[in-house]
Design a protein around this ligand. Structure first.
Ligand code: ATP
Length: 255
């Protein structure tokens, strides 16, 4: 729990405490602790194999957390998964739309899973599609959309139940510059205007802004966490690229 300005205790949007995970004998996460405060954009940075997807799989309960604990808005995901998952929106790395359903039905199906139906579901479906400028495509089968448009529908879907925390696993991989910019801009607007907390997983340093919080994962270990400027200062580097390279031992920091 965090305290802001002496006010009441405010639960972080996401709290990961001492989490480890292994696939057989391969350790993918080693005692990872991180916090995303409410209304904050946090970038989770790491090279291939750092453990980013594994961490998101634990947060979204695809895997059970056996060591350590994870809470969403103060709700432990193992003890009160319903309350935790109601506050959580997820955009997975792999495409998860049903390509043979219309855009509209993909969203209405998700709404129904969250117990939202009827007129309320239709209103929310239209609203979230308008927010990603795709309301005019609601009748189209998902397979007719471009990769960038599908991603935007996935983000719209993740927001239908109005979660306070949105986690995205490398959401811009494989997209062209324009689609990428549309997605980054939309998600940052959600943070600034609606106070949604975001955990944005990436290996692309150019998606990160100076005022962001960053967490750097490397080979399953948290190498640094905090405001970008603090993380850079701690390493004695003069840029995030330099800090990332020194923390991960990578000579070629990602783009
Ligand atoms: P990428 O950027 O490539 O997606 P990542 O940071 O998301 O990488 P993970 O996918 O979490 O990393 O992988 C962390 C480690 O766990 C790697 O060593 C990977 O080989 C291993 N791993 C991931 N998934 C499995 C699995 N299902 N079975 C066995 N090992 C796995």
């Amino acid at each position: 729990m965090g305290r802001r300005g002496g006010g009441p205790m405010i639960a972080p949007a996401l709290s990961v405490a001492g989490v480890s995970h292994a696939y057989g004998t391969r350790k993918a996460l080693d005692d990872v602790t991180l916090t995303v405060e409410q209304g904050q954009f946090t970038a989770l940075l790491g090279l291939n194999g750092a453990g980013k997807t594994t961490l998101l799989s634990l947060v979204t309960r695809l895997f059970d957390t056996r060591t350590g604990s994870i809470s969403v808005l103060g709700n432990r995901i193992d003890r009160d998964p319903g309350a935790a998952l109601r506050q959580l929106g997820v955009v997975f790395q792999a495409r998860t739309l049903d390509l043979d359903l219309s855009v509209k039905d993909n969203l209405l199906f998700h709404a129904a899973l969250h117990g939202i139906g009827g007129r309320e579901a239709r209103q929310r479906m239209l609203q979230v599609l308008e927010d990603v400028s795709l309301a005019n495509r609601k009748g189209d089968k998902a397979r007719l959309l471009s990769g960038g448009q599908m991603r935007r529908v996935e983000i719209a879907r993740a927001l239908l139940h109005r979660p306070r925390l949105l986690v995205l696993d490398e959401p811009t991989v494989g997209l062209d510059v324009e689609s990428k910019l549309a997605i980054v801009t939309h998600v940052r607007t959600l943070v600034r205007q609606h106070g949604v907390a975001v955990l944005w997983t990436t290996h692309l340093l150019d998606e990160i802004e100076p005022s962001d919080n960053v967490v750097i994962l490397h080979q399953g270990k948290r190498m640094a966490a905090g405001l970008l400027s603090d993380v850079v200062a701690q390493t004695g580097a003069n840029s995030l690229r330099g800090a990332f390279a020194s923390l991960t031992g990578s000579r070629d920091a990602p783009a």
